[in-house]
Design a protein around this ligand. Structure first.
Ligand code: FE2
Length: 324
């Protein structure tokens, strides 16, 4: 069993020095290799015996969409959107965060607008890189899962993730970044709903056979991944690019009473899905205690994603609207 310090490199989850110590040191690299050491598993059992996974695979086959069909000629006015987001950005203006003595003290409309644009670029870039991570991971799932139903399904997710990288990359380069591309996001989110359903459906069966130490390892992984994602929301690179003191900016960002709203977007799916998988309460509730420390345990009874993917299929909705 590992301590919090061993898992995330610090004993306090909000230790700013430690959070800032993790940074990208080679921003110009084009290729980045990560060693993978899992076996590629063949199965000779071609019987499709897992009905929920089979259903998910069928859904995935019919819900494919082509990124070329999105309305790429839509005009994007990035400044307009940044201004509309001003309410979220303008710390100090409404007094909800005390900015006296911080880099934001003398910021006016010009600086907040520049920040709004940088923040959009940054967010979409995070999505794009994250989708590439998903592309690589799902290709590995195809290799490593032992069940034919899971290999079939995971292969569709590889294609989904390739499409996600493609649309975020294209949006960033063609539209010079911009507002949250609604149509694009609706479709990506429908795909994501299936992806999470796959995780929940297959891991539930697999976890049932694991030993207590193996479950604990999964709990620790879930905690570490959750903290690392949460750290990313502090936008260190944006402050750096804007030439202000990163530590001071992060300290202000952490005081924002609206910050929990962003955390909610992230954890409202993670926590209930961990609960459904039994990870929350295994090992005397170790992960429950960690999520309580992070202030996100209140999401435990929100809808898990094992079943809701069908309702979230925006591609099917649009197609039936066209044919109706
Ligand atoms: Fe994705």
């Amino acid at each position: 069993m590992s301590s919090t310090e061993e898992l995330i490199g610090r004993s306090e989850v909000d230790d700013i020095e430690a959070i800032l110590a993790v940074s990208n040191t080679d921003v110009d690299e084009v290729i980045h290799a990560v060693r993978a050491n899992a076996d590629a598993v063949f199965t000779w059992d071609y019987e499709q015996s897992r009905k929920p996974l089979q259903k998910l695979y069928e859904k995935a086959k019919t819900s494919q969409w082509n990124s070329n069909d999105l309305p790429w000629d839509t005009e994007v006015d990035q400044e307009k959107v940044a201004l509309e987001n001003q309410a979220q950005n303008g710390w100090g203006e409404d007094g909800r965060v005390d900015v006296v003595g911080t880099p934001f003290e003398h910021w006016g409309d010009k600086e907040w607008l520049a920040y709004g644009i940088e923040a959009q670029n940054w967010t979409l870039s995070q999505f794009m890189h994250g989708e590439q991570g998903a592309l690589i991971c799902t290709a590995q799932i195809v290799e490593t899962v032992p069940w034919i139903d899971a290999k079939y399904y995971a292969s569709t997710q590889v294609m989904d993730e390739a499409r996600h990288v493609e649309v975020f990359g294209r949006y960033l380069s063609e539209k010079l970044s911009g507002n949250y591309p609604i149509q694009l996001l609706r479709y990506v989110m429908s795909d994501e709903a299936r992806h999470v359903a796959f995780g929940v459906l297959s891991l539930k069966e697999y976890y049932a056979e694991l030993s207590a130490p193996e479950i604990r390892e999964r709990q620790e992984f879930a905690f570490e991944a959750a903290v690392r994602m949460r750290d990313r929301f502090l936008q260190q690179e944006v402050w750096e690019r804007m030439g202000i003191d990163v530590k001071a900016a992060v300290q202000v960002a952490m005081q924002d009473p609206d910050r929990p709203i962003f955390q909610a977007m992230l954890f409202s799916k993670i926590v209930p899905n961990c609960k459904k998988l039994g990870l929350l309460d295994a090992a005397d509730g170790w992960l429950r205690d960690r999520f309580t420390e992070l202030g996100v345990i209140q999401f435990e009874d929100w809808a898990d994603t094992g079943e809701e993917y069908a309702q979230l299929d925006e591609v099917a909705k649009d197609r039936s609207a066209v044919t109706a």
